[in-house]
Design a protein around this ligand. Structure first.
Ligand code: ZN
Length: 253
């Protein structure tokens, strides 16, 4: 059912949280917009102006790699300035209280870790853009190292160990979903009794399958998103309001 207004939505959400023993939040771009991180998929968003570079193009074309890194460096002031918002802080409060064992996110901005989640307890379905990895051997690199190499050589650097390309630690279009993250997310969904969709419009599969899986296994399902989603009909509670305003009352609880 759809909450008739913000305050009744917050009250019903509070009741569901109080009754739950294992809550899995599933977050999308909407939780980070109040932190200044743009929603890349939104109309007028970054991806409507700059076509995302698919993984095979990144691998095969040095010019595409240079362009990918130029775009990432251009975004760095935005990512570097971002701090956890009310939604992140509310979920971190529930995590500290033992209600939330781990979080599943489509976001790549590292803000759940910054809000207090242990890195191991943040299941990143689309990776993380705040550091880089070699696509061959997996060696991790700081962005500062990549920028320094780029400035010296004028192009995207290769791995110092195996000479394969170095890419942000994100999952690009055409790149396989991370198996370990998908497996861990599935296990968490199977054991939760409340599944909270926060700021995801549930259009990206296979990630969008998790709320349905949770519901089919008997968990309660809450969807907090400004826009309607295709799964609103099966949710126990739908709150179509600003995420910061909806979750703000749960910060520090
Ligand atoms: Zn390597």
């Amino acid at each position: 059912m759809i909450a008739k207004d913000l305050s009744s939505g917050v009250e019903q959400l509070g009741n569901l949280i109080a009754e739950a023993s294992s809550i899995i939040p599933f977050t999308g771009a909407g939780i980070s917009t109040e932190c200044g991180i743009p929603d890349f998929r939104s109309p007028g968003g970054v991806w409507t102006r700059n076509r995302p570079i698919p993984f095979d193009e990144f691998v095969s074309n040095p010019d595409a790699r240079d362009e990918a890194w130029r775009r990432r460096f251009a975004m760095e002031p935005t990512f570097a300035a971002a701090k956890p918002g009310r939604g992140h802080r509310a979920l971190a409060s529930l995590y500290r209280a033992g209600k939330v064992p781990a979080i599943v996110t489509q976001n790549i901005d590292n803000l759940h870790q910054m809000s207090g989640f242990k890195p191991d307890d943040v299941i990143e379905l689309h990776g993380n853009t705040t550091y880089a990895r070699c696509i061959g051997c997996g060696k991790a690199y700081d962005l500062a190292w990549v920028k320094q190499r780029f400035d010296v050589t004028g192009g995207a650097p290769d791995c110092s160990d195996c000479e394969d390309p170095v890419k942000t630690a994100t999952v690009s279009f055409g790149q396989a979903m991370p198996e370990d993250a998908m497996r861990r997310a599935t296990e968490l969904v199977q054991r939760c009794d409340l599944f909270l969709v926060i700021g995801s419009s549930l259009v990206v599969w296979p990630a969008a399958g998790f709320p349905l899986m949770a519901k089919n296994l008997g968990a309660r399902l809450v969807i907090i998103n400004n826009e309607p989603t295709e799964q609103d009909d099966v949710a126990d509670l739908v709150i179509r309001h600003d995420i910061g305003e909806t979750l703000g009352p749960f910060v520090g609880n």
